[in-house]
Design a protein around this ligand. Structure first.
Ligand code: ZN
Ligand code: ZN
Length: 202
């Protein structure tokens, strides 16, 4: 074959290759742009959501659903926790839970005896319980069960022995992530129990 006959064929092949390359670039470019757009939209949504300081002191966006029922609808009137990302439909809470307010921050607002206390927001049932376990255990009275079923009988600050409560270890451990002192108290209680058992058997 004469090399001159190859020329039109070469032209056609180069044209086809160039076309494929152009198509490939177009598809790749499209994917990259879509990815970037999604990323930017997500960033903007995160920035627009109200931010809350968690117990470990970092900012997180508000959850988009009711913590009690998991519903996404009718959240306009929802109560938003001032100390965590959870929100609740008013109807998904008891009147007592709806009335729960955060404790005034001792580091914020006014001099002693003088200035007004900083206004405090609503606090969800979970955060209320965590604060109760972290701050208001007067005494650990007893324990029962073992492993996952382990429970502790607690006496609360300001309440009599008529109001003691059995609380699961898992719940105490959850509260201890925000109140590490709780873990220490449990350890001290366990050490004393062990000591008492040794006295009984020895
Ligand atoms: Zn709900
Ligand atoms: Zn909360």
């Amino acid at each position: 074959m004469n090399p001159r006959d190859w020329q039109p064929l070469q032209l056609i092949i180069s044209f086809l290759v160039a076309q494929w390359l152009a198509l490939l670039l177009l598809v790749a470019g499209n994917i990259i742009i879509r990815h970037l757009t999604a990323e930017i939209t997500c960033r903007i949504a995160t920035l627009q959501a109200p931010l809350y300081r968690t117990s470990v002191s970092h900012l997180v966006p508000q959850n988009a659903y009711c913590e009690a029922c998991g519903g996404f609808d009718d959240l306009g009137a929802a109560l938003r926790c001032s100390t965590c990302p959870h929100q609740y439909h008013p109807d998904c809470l008891t009147p007592e839970q709806r009335a729960q307010r955060a404790e005034p921050d001792p580091s914020a607002g006014g001099h002693r005896g003088g200035g007004a206390r900083a206004p405090t927001g609503w606090v969800c049932p979970r955060c209320t319980r965590r604060t109760q376990l972290g701050k208001y255990i007067d005494k650990i009275l007893a324990s029962r069960g073992g492993g996952a079923a382990k429970e502790y009988r607690l006496k609360w600050v300001g309440l009599s022995y008529l109001h003691t409560e059995w609380v699961k270890l898992s719940e105490l451990e959850e509260a201890a992530t925000a109140y590490p002192g709780l873990r220490r108290r449990l350890a001290v209680f366990e050490a004393k129990q062990k000591e008492a058992a040794q006295v009984r058997t020895g």
